[in-house]
Design a protein. Structure first.
Length: 586
């Protein structure tokens, strides 16, 4: 009616509310409105009644049987008579529940999408079908330091690296023209620092039910760290390839328990005479290209690789294709992801070996050549001393004495040179007999004490006869401790004592020679047992010697089944510890 009271409702309205017409007429229908929609609906109806204008409102109506609400779209317009007066209002209520549910889902989906877009670590954007950007997430604005007005549309392109601009724009235009998903890497400028970082951009089209593209959804992921890693890897691969392709170092790859050679570079093939066909045939393995006597050395190296992933370089020989032996310096590594694959590195050592052989031959020859005239000179000096003594001439005695001392020193140097050459040739001879080490040490110290009265030689740890007995060469063992004591005296010019401690157990005999002299720097301790090596330092250089004594000592100790170590502190002295087994295996 014109005053707003309901005059008529159709049966469908009654069915929806599960109410009779009597309950719905006048203002009765309002009891079925959702409480949250009542005040808003009444206000709109009163406004329309007052203004005589069509009205439209969405509200929820309740089913009285189920108490469930459904959304409706209500529309009403006035019906006028000939005089223009409103005689009634005619309205409809259309069920829009499914539409409202769909809208709610869309709303929730958009809210979820917004939350996702603002929380992911990438830049997120949506693009219109024409290619202009309509949305960018906050992460973009934080990175670029720009505003929406500066970045939306085509504004974001100003942050592209100049070298990437044309390529990127062309790629995007092609994707928008074809509707194909696109992926591209480009650099974007950091608005705060002005520097560029690499990003991986991906975009895919979003289509409607008819298949038309309604927008593009895209992301840009920061890949700067990945690009740096890729560049470092590329440079590393180039260096590795340069190493592999070099003609200096031979490189092989061996796999499996039989260590089959599956790859080899040209340097290895050139050194050994094998061919790529030999490698591809899988007939080469470690056993075939190494001599049987080298097997223990390689087994030790393989054990070291298994424990630490690599082994220290070893001097060995490779059997070439023609059967000859090639001296090499070899190393090997294994990778964690391929523990059965060993990469071998070989450096041709033949030139160095040949040089060493020539040097050893020269030392041996020179030693022998020097020994004969020296022996003659010593005999002539002794004869001259006796002759002058018989004639009662004593003025020349001091000079002759000094000549004899220097002759003894020269004789010792020549003897050491001969020993070194014999050691290198494997011809240093040893006898085997019982040796009382306690008695031997006391005899050596008594002799050296007379020669070096400047130092007091102290021997501790005297034991019962027989407890320090072992099998060995008494002359060579005497050479060991004479050398160690002489060095202790020589390298402790400012000290007064040199100490020797003798300990014994059921299995071993241990001798410690301790001085209170110059000491040896940490970085030089592992080298002092090498041939011709001497500890360097301002004071050490003033002390005579050729660096052969400790090399000979270490070799003699080794041949007796023993060990020698050194503990030292610069300025406080050194302690050499020699340990021999009481019983040796035959």
């Amino acid at each position: 009616r014109p005053d707003g009271r309901t005059d008529y409702v159709n049966q469908r309205f009654c069915d929806m509310t599960q109410a009779d017409f009597e309950h719905l007429q006048d203002y009765g229908w309002r009891q079925f409105l959702h409480p949250e929609d009542l005040e808003r609906t009444q206000a709109l109806r009163q406004c329309s009644l007052a203004t005589k204008e069509l009205y439209e409102v969405e509200y929820r109506l309740r089913n009285s049987q189920t108490d469930e609400y459904r959304w409706f779209l209500a529309r009403a317009y006035p019906v006028r008579d000939e005089a223009g007066q409103i005689t009634k209002w005619v309205g409809t209520c259309t069920d829009i529940e499914e539409q409202k549910q769909a809208e709610q889902k869309i709303k929730e989906s958009e809210e979820n999408w917004r939350v996702l877009a603002e929380t992911v670590p990438q830049f997120v954007l949506t693009v219109r079908p024409d290619g202009s950007v309509e949305y960018l997430n906050q992460r973009w604005y934080d990175y670029s330091g720009s505003s929406p007005e500066q970045s939306l549309g085509d504004g974001w392109r100003q942050f592209l690296h100049p070298d990437d601009y044309e390529r990127t724009v062309a790629h995007q235009r092609h994707a928008h023209a074809t509707g194909e998903l696109y992926e591209i890497e480009y650099r974007l400028k950091d608005g705060q620092t002005g520097t560029y970082r690499w990003f991986l951009a991906r975009a895919m089209p979003v289509r409607d039910e008819t298949g038309h593209i309604v927008r593009w959804f895209g992301t840009s992921t920061d890949i700067a760290d990945q690009k740096r890693t890729e560049e470092a890897l590329r440079q590393s691969q180039e260096r590795i390839r340069a190493l592999i392709d070099s003609n200096i170092i031979g490189i092989t790859s061996n796999e499996g328990e039989e260590e089959v050679l599956v790859e080899a570079n040209e340097a290895f093939l050139h050194m050994t005479g094998y061919t790529q066909e030999d490698v591809r045939s899988r007939t080469l393995n470690r056993i075939k290209i190494t001599s049987p006597e080298q097997a223990p050395l390689f087994q030790s190296a393989l054990q070291e690789v298994a424990e630490s992933g690599q082994h220290t370089p070893i001097e060995t020989e490779i059997v070439c294709k023609d059967g000859s032996r090639l001296p090499v310096l070899a190393g090997g590594v294994a990778f964690q992801d391929h523990p059965r694959q060993i990469i071998g590195f070989m450096l041709d050592n033949s030139a160095r070996k040949e040089l060493e052989q020539r040097k050893d031959a020269f030392i041996s020859m020179a030693s022998h050549e020097l020994k004969t005239p020296l022996t003659s000179l010593q005999l002539q000096t002794q004869l001259l001393a006796k002759q002058l003594a018989r004639q009662g001439i004593s003025d020349a005695a001091p000079a002759l004495s000094r000549m004899q001392v220097q002759g003894k020193r020269l004789e010792q140097l020549i003897g050491e040179l001969l020993d070194v050459s014999k050691i290198q040739a494997g011809r240093l001879e040893y006898t085997q007999e019982p040796v009382d080490l306690d008695a031997l040490l006391r005899e050596i110290t008594d002799t050296l004490q007379q020669i070096h009265p400047s130092h007091t030689l102290v021997v501790r740890g005297a034991v019962q006869t027989g407890q320090t007995s072992l099998m060995g060469d008494p002359d060579r063992l005497g050479q060991v401790f004479t050398n160690l004591l002489s060095n202790a005296i020589k390298y402790s010019p400012g000290a007064q004592t040199v100490e020797m401690d003798l300990d014994t157990s059921e299995d071993a005999v241990t001798v410690r020679v301790r001085d209170h002299g110059l000491g040896i720097p940490q970085e030089q301790r592992d080298k002092i047992f090498e041939r011709f090596y001497r500890a360097t330092g301002p004071r050490q250089r003033t002390i005579p010697g050729l660096g052969m004594g400790l090399y000979i000592v270490a070799e003699i100790v080794k041949q007796h089944g023993g060990t020698i170590t050194v503990d030292s502190e610069v300025g406080r002295g050194s302690t050499f510890t020699v340990t021999f087994p009481r019983k040796r295996e035959a």
